[in-house]
Design a protein around this ligand. Sequence first.
Ligand code: SAM
Length: 288
Amino acid sequence: MIKRIANISETKAIIDKYGFSFQKRFGQNFLIDSNIIDKIIQGADLTKEDVVLEIGPGIGSLTQAMAEASKKVIAVEIDKKLIPVLEDTLSDYDNVRIINEDILKLDIMKLISEEGADHIKVVANLPYYITTPIIMNLLEKRLPISSITVMIQREVAERMDAVPGTKAYGALSLATTYYAQTELVTMVKPDCFIPKPNVGSAVIKLTRRNTPSVSVIDEATLFKIIKGGFAQRRKTLINSLTNSQPQFEKQQVIHALEVLNLDIRIRGEALNLNQYAELTNLLIKDQR
Ligand code: SAM
């Protein structure tokens, strides 16, 4: 095994060698705790058959360990200053491909086809400023991704994993549940990174469902209704849906709630995904 760089002394030595300065705008907080790296790899269930997409390899601390645990790692890094560093720190591995790109602009499907893989796993310590767009983009595009195991802000991880009746439950919990099964792998303290982020972190695993967990006539309407349902948490669902887009008639919403055996004073935060799906289908049918 090649010397691990996920510790404070190796990381500082690499940073000094390249005169690298951290870019806040790229959400750069590098992992310096190899136990956390091992937990991420175990959580992702990596095997020598797996092709892994890593978003934001930084100086390659997680990449290195993943190259040892998988068949191939495709590491996409936006910061061009990190490319020579990665070429150096990962020079001993012949199964790592480094791409200097913005993950939000990259054609991931093309990348997967180029690698000849039927599916890939995504594993990353994500840049926190774009956690939700990255994850939703990966889920919504219906790419052949079997799982996404990522370090994100603890609060976002809790929202993704939340169930009705909890404070963290919201539109993000429902969007995640629609596409994937969630599992919190581990909580991570700020001192596992350099520089220390000013929020707590968590590793979450999203295992993609073969088909969404509920069936709706129109997915876009489902998500608009969910968004409307949580826009003002203190309002009743009737109030929310008669004042959001698409706008429904009060009578339509009352009728749908009655069919679903739900109290007409119910708030959006009390419904689960099944109930949102049934409500969506009833409201769409009623408008036809
Ligand atoms: N994986 C490294 C580690 O664990 O030490 C670095 C993680 S750091 C939290 C996030 C990384 O994502 C940084 O290297 C940053 O430059 C990169 N990054 C930020 N925005 C990106 C984007 N849009 N596309 C690709 N990489 C990005």
